[in-house]
Write a protein that binds this ligand. Structure first.
Ligand SMILES: [Zn+2]
Length: 420
């Protein structure tokens, strides 16, 4: 068994935390921004220093590859993203890149024999913070392999037209044309050239920390559905309309939301998660009774039967009036649970066991590029703990010992795959 170097990994974490440093412990590093270019320049510098070959594709995804002893074999790739949300932390995404670099550096410096070429890759625009949607590049690169409903949301021409959230006169395509990292379509991650993908990521939840485990072998990305629930009332004057005559769509929605929580909680499944995070209120004026409410519900669980039970509850809202208002339920989108490649999951689990690193199976409630890639290539993920479960915020933290444990697990899992 081989292990990665804690000090060398820590140096990378500290160095990369400067690119987009927001001044209070975290970063804002949008894809294709000057800060993102600094991070990419540093990546290229360090990877060239170990003799890696650098390539990029038409979405500016960036690849560094070291050769194996059998040049005709396909590559094994470790990939994650280097962009962040606004005021994000120093671990989400970038840790998967830095641990991938650390794995390559360990292989080269310790002369570890391996047959396949091994690559570390930076995905462009995973967060979609400036140019939506999230997981843009993997959606484009894996498009031919994705379920139709998902694929149509990631057509390359639509992605190129995505407008900057800061300046709508600038598109993602403009930013892509301006970056020195835009390369050739023939360099894309593809099943012709690549054998398998690993993505190390912070958990973004509290499960590993609560269980006292250092590493999670990720089995799947949870299936989910997203519905819109709409209420139709009557707008009237707030001062002149008696309470018993009102058709207040917001009051109706509030009642229905409480009902949803009560009924879903009766299913008694604490691992089921559901969220109403968005609400539209019309006319949204403090002197007018609202005549229209539209709120979201996002429901996630591995088991399709359980998701259907929740959906039945959601749909049942339509069958009655709420505070004299009509209700309509509409699907926004849904996706099935995406299971990772069993062989790779076992390489992760087995490597952690053999290294005596405490571990468990875990699923991912959040989306990652790996879930799109898994439609195209054998893929899996490795989670390391998130302190207090925090992510997408500046307090994001994973002790360097746990980062190194995750890197060592990825190194040995890659080497197990390499032997096959
Ligand atoms: Zn991420």
């Amino acid at each position: 068994m081989y292990t990665c170097n804690k000090d060398r990994l820590e140096d990378k974490i500290v160095t990369f935390s400067k690119f987009g440093d927001a001044g209070h412990g975290g970063i804002t590093r949008y894809s294709l921004s000057p800060e993102a270019h600094q991070a990419r320049d540093e990546f290229v510098k360090r990877m060239k220093a170990i003799g890696a070959e650098i390539e990029s594709d038409d979405m500016a995804n960036l690849y560094a590859t070291i050769p194996g002893s059998e040049p005709d074999l396909k590559r094994i790739v470790m990939a994650s993203h280097a962009d962040s949300v606004t005021n994000g932390g120093n671990y989400d995404g970038i840790l998967g890149v830095l641990t991938g670099m650390e794995v390559l550096e360990t292989i080269v410096s310790e002369n570890i024999p391996h047959r396949h070429p091994i690559t570390v890759m930076i995905w462009t625009n995973e967060e979609g913070s400036l140019y939506p949607p999230a997981m843009m590049s993997s959606g484009v690169i894996c498009n031919d392999y994705l379920p139709k409903e998902i694929a149509k949301k990631f057509k390359k021409e639509d992605m190129l037209a995505s407008k900057s959230a800061q300046d709508p006169s600038v598109t993602f395509g403009d930013a892509l044309n301006a970056t020195p990292y835009k390369g050739n379509e023939k360099n894309r991650l593809s099943p012709d050239k690549y054998e398998a993908m690993f993505e190390l990521h912070i958990e973004q939840g509290p499960i590993l920390e609560d269980a006292g485990n250092e590493v999670g072998a990720v089995t799947c990305v949870l299936g989910m559905f997203n519905y819109r629930i709409k209420f139709y009332g009557q707008a009237d004057h707030a001062g002149t309309t008696p309470m018993h005559k009102r058709q207040d769509a917001l009051y109706a929605a509030a009642q229905a939301l409480c009902y949803l929580h009560e009924e879903i909680d009766k299913l008694g499944r604490p691992e089921l998660v559901y969220t109403t995070g968005e609400i539209v209120c019309h006319p949204n004026v403090h002197t007018v009774i609202p005549d229209f409410i539209d709120f979201s519900i996002d429901v996630r669980h591995e088991d399709a039967d359980l998701r259907q039970k929740v959906l039945d509850i959601v749909k049942s809202l339509e069958t009655r009036e709420w505070a004299r208002c009509k209700c309509k339920v509409e699907m926004a989108w849904a996706r099935d649970t995406v299971y990772f490649n069993k062989e790779l999951v076992e390489y992760v689990k087995g490597s952690a066991d053999e290294l005596n690193i405490s571990n468990q199976y875990i699923n991912s409630g959040a989306g990652h590029d790996a879930q799109f890639v898994s439609y195209m290539l054998p893929t899996t993920m490795i989670f390391v703990p998130s302190k207090d479960g925090h992510s997408h915020c500046e307090p994001e933290y994973t002790p360097v010992e746990q980062c190194t444990a995750g890197a060592s697990v990825m190194l040995n899992a890659v080497l197990k795959k390499d032997k096959k």
